[in-house]
Structures are given as C-alpha cells and as structure tokens.
Design a binder for this molecule. Structure first.
Ligand code: COA
Length: 279
C-alpha cells in the first residue's frame, strides 16, 4: 500500500508543530495514551474479545488518518484490553453481509489497515491473547508483531464460509510464504506464539507481564535512530500497492452471498457446529 509521498512530517516536527494531540481525541472503542514519544492504542471491547465492529474501524481510521500523529509521535503500539488482541471482525455485524454488500465490507477494513501500514513511523502490534481473523490481519498490517507466550493466532474465516478479507490473503503470504499461508487459511487452525515466531509471523516473544514494557523499550530505542531513515525503510518496504487486494475483496463479497456463509455465521452466534452444503 502506498505511503504519502511528502516530507511534511519532518518539516512540521522541526518547527515544533506538536499540538496537544491526545486532548483532542475521544474514543468509545479505543483507549489511547502517550508513553514517552510512543502512542499506545488499546482496543477496548474486552467483553467481545475486541471484535472489530464498525465503530472500532471508524475510530481506527480517524486516529490513523490524523496528520498530526506521525508529527507528534515516533512510534505506535496497538494492543488489546483483556484476554484478546482482537478475535476478528464482529461476526454479529458480518452476518448481515450479502453478496451485494460483502465486497464493500472487506474494502472498508482493507482501507483502514492500509492507513496503519502506510504510517511513516513504526507501528507495532503487542499481542497478548487471541489474534484471530481480522485481529490477525490487523497485527499483520502493523510493521512488527511482538507477542506474549499466551498469544494465539489464526485465520479461521474458512469455518464461517468466507476468507480473510482485510488484506490477510496478501500479507500472510508475504510474511510466511505462500504455501504456509495457504495451509494456515485452509485449516483455520489456531497456533501458539512460539509457532507463529517459528513461521516468521511474529518478531519477538515475551512473558505476558513483560510484553508491553519490552515493546515500549523497543520503541524507545527507535528514538535514537534517524527518523528520515526509518521513514525511508517503511516507504521502500510497503510502497507498492497490489491489485490482489481487489481480488480478495471481490471473493469475500461473493462468499457473503452463499448459504454456507449464512450457516457459518449463524452457527457461531447460536454456539453450535455448522453444517456446510457447498451452496
Ligand atoms: N465477533 C463477535 N463476537 C465475538 C467474536 C467475534 N469475532 N469473537 C468472540 N465474540 C464474543 C462471543 O460471542 C462472546 O460474546 P457473548 O459473551 O455475548 O456470548 C464473547 O465474545 C466471548 O467469546 P467466547 O466465544 O464466549 O469466548 P471463548 O473463550 O469461549 O472463545 C474464541 C474464544 C476466540 C475461540 C471464540 O470467541 C471465537 O472463535 N471467536 C471467533 C473467531 C473468529 O472466527 N474470527 C474471525 C471472524 S471473521
């Protein structure tokens, strides 16, 4: 995905344009705070395992679209409140998708995650628990992933009759290789932090009580590095948009029109095992 091609961040930083960013922000699904020069964004719907609903996507988009953010901070950490990082797209909302609306549902999430990936300062996912479906995709849209030993990763969409729709088919293959990514998506299996580390999905693994402190300490080390070089690394690494994201959204949309999708999402909400028919 494309990064904004300008150097306004450094110009703004150098003239001290660091308005009181936090005081202008108020969110219902995010808890946002500053630690040193790092912005810590906590997904805050623990009763629903931080499932990504429309309100949370709206708030993430608003936050990551704010031009002041990379001026004011040197790094961002995204983490989750409670026992999950995020357990995926909100299935209660997802279940309402149809063959007509499904592709737009996917594009919406793709757009928000592309905003995160295109930030010109490092964004690190600190994953303490479940990172499933859209939650795993959100972690993959971050530049680095640090995990607690308690973290669990998975792309279980196939069990709902759909596919990862927020860029997961592309980012997963890029991170762990096509064959492993396809196997991971076909099985919908949950894997441990250690396995995710072995696959290359996760950069570092820590004991749960150390996860945030270690991630903050890493961010502090970035402060000593030249910010222009950091931005250039991110631009060079993420600067190419791919048409394959469109294919993902189209396929996601088509699947939202199937009986198997309706059965898969209903079965989750009714807490029963689905029966798929191939229709
Ligand atoms: N969307 C909406 N609600 C979700 C959710 C999601 N993706 N994941 C969890 N929840 C809700 C549950 O419905 C439950 O709500 P309730 O208490 O009102 O019934 C609450 O969060 C706690 O989840 P629960 O399933 O009871 O916790 P658990 O510890 O037994 O299981 C998981 C945890 C993560 C294994 C299980 O919640 C799960 O499989 N979630 C869906 C993962 C998924 O398929 N994600 C991809 C979506 S595209």
């Amino acid at each position: 995905m494309l990064l904004p091609q300008n150097s306004s961040i450094f110009a703004a930083r150098s003239i001290g344009r660091t308005a009181d960013f936090l005081s202008t922000m108020s969110y219902s699904t995010l808890d946002v705070r500053q630690v040193g020069s790092t912005l810590v964004v906590e997904l805050n719907r623990p009763e629903k395992l931080n499932a990504l609903n429309r309100a949370m996507l709206d708030e993430l988009e608003q936050l990551f679209s704010d031009a002041v953010l990379p001026v004011r901070y040197r790094a961002v950490i995204i983490t989750g409140k409670g026992k999950a990082f995020a357990a995926g797209a909100d299935i209660a909302e997802l279940a309402a998708c149809t063959g007509e609306t499904g592709a737009d549902f996917a594009r919406r999430g793709q757009r928000v995650f592309a905003r995160i990936e295109s930030l010109p300062i490092p964004v690190i996912a600190a994953v303490g628990g479940y990172a499933l479906g859209g939650g795993c995709e959100l972690a993959m849209a971050c530049h680095l992933r640090f995990a607690a030993t308690t973290a669990v990763f998975g792309q279980p969409e196939v069990k709902l009759g759909i596919i990862p729709g927020y860029g997961g088919t592309q980012r997963l293959a890029r991170l762990i290789g096509v064959a492993r990514a396809v196997e991971f998506m076909l099985t919908g299996e949950h894997i441990s932090a250690q396995r995710a580390y072995e696959l290359g999905l996760v950069n570092r693994v820590f004991e749960p009580e150390k996860l945030l402190d270690e991630t903050l300490a890493f961010c502090a080390t970035l402060e000593m590095l030249p910010p222009r070089a950091i931005e250039a690394i991110l631009r060079a690494t993420y600067g190419v948009a791919s048409a394959r994201y469109d294919i993902e959204a189209e396929q996601f949309g088509l699947l939202c029109g199937t009986d198997d999708f309706r059965e898969g999402t209903r079965a989750f909400l009714e807490k029963r095992t689905p029966t798929f028919t191939g229709r």
